[in-house]
Design a protein around this ligand. Structure first.
Ligand code: FE2
Length: 293
């Protein structure tokens, strides 16, 4: 059953899940598609996606612009994103606070830049370029990292806040990425979360990962790898309740699953648990307000 509060619970669109998603749209409030999966799609497929966007709130989610960099974003990539966003007319488009290339080298995946003043300035320059080309500001997502990048001088939450608040940017807060970064840096996840600009959060990602041994520790220490191949762990639902308790804006929660798909009933159960977690946070916020009145 859909929630009436305005908070929305949805799912990342994947071809393997398409049939089940369409069969259960009454339980899915929003969808998110990966931009790069559609960027070269023929016109008739884009018309289909635009039609879907008119049925269900839709986000177009980029993974390869590399905006969080002191290098200027590739103009051709921005042009292609602008064409896709123009063709589909999603509710939002989004990207990551990550770099994916530098010095002429393609890394092949997203990486966290050094958390410092230089990368704040570079990211803001790239965001300015992106807004001018695409015509709308992206929601920006925090990424997962196994290590704190060398040469970092700022906490990730402060670095993210400096970028989002400078241009009133919506934050797409990935709670599994946040949880992984907290435990990987030996931090308490709630204290880690408190450093983020929760007043900027509009969208949320939930996903799962797996523990890996820290190299050289002979199994004594572990790190959490965000792989989107596993169920959403309980602590991430607890963090979701905390965000719903503290964030002032309506939230759209998207569960990301990129493979190792369980039965769709299990995914529907995760959607329900997310709904319950958000409702618990909103209820706690309301009770606190009433107690203070
Ligand atoms: Fe994410």
């Amino acid at each position: 059953m859909r929630q009436l509060s305005g908070d929305r619970i949805g799912l990342g669109w994947r071809p393997e899940l398409a049939g089940s998603i369409m069969a259960h749209l009454d339980e899915i409030d929003a969808l998110e598609v990966i931009a790069e999966s559609w960027i070269d799609a023929p016109a008739h497929e884009l018309r289909g996606l635009k039609s879907l966007a008119r049925t269900v709130p839709l986000a177009v989610h980029g993974v390869s612009l590399g905006l969080a960099s002191t290098h200027a974003v590739d103009r051709r990539r921005l042009d292609r994103m602008a064409r896709l966003v123009g063709a589909v007319e999603p509710e939002i488009w989004s990207e990551h606070l990550a770099f994916v290339r530098a010095g002429g080298l393609e890394i092949g995946h997203m990486a966290m830049p050094p958390l410092c003043a230089d990368t704040i300035e570079g990211t803001l320059d790239n965001l300015d370029r992106a807004v001018r080309v695409v015509g709308a500001a992206p929601a920006m997502e925090n990424i997962a990292s196994l290590v704190v990048p060398p040469c970092s001088t700022l906490h990730e939450g402060d670095w993210t806040g400096a970028i989002c608040s400078a241009v009133a940017l919506p934050l797409l807060l990935d709670l599994h990425n946040l949880y992984a970064n907290a435990v990987n840096s030996g931090s308490d996840p709630f204290a880690y979360l408190a450093r983020f600009p929760l007043e900027q959060v509009r969208w949320i990602h939930l996903s799962g990962g797996r523990w890996i041994d820290e190299p050289g520790s002979n199994g004594a220490r572990r790190r959490l790898l965000d792989d989107h191949l596993h169920d959403v762990p309980d602590p991430v639902f607890v963090l979701l309740t905390e965000v719903a308790r503290r964030a002032p804006s309506k939230l759209t929660v998207i569960i990301e699953r990129d493979g190792n798909y369980p039965a769709f009933d299990r995914i529907l159960a995760e959607l329900r648990w997310a709904r319950t977690a958000v409702a618990a946070g909103r209820r706690a916020a309301l009770e606190a307000l009433q107690a203070a009145a």
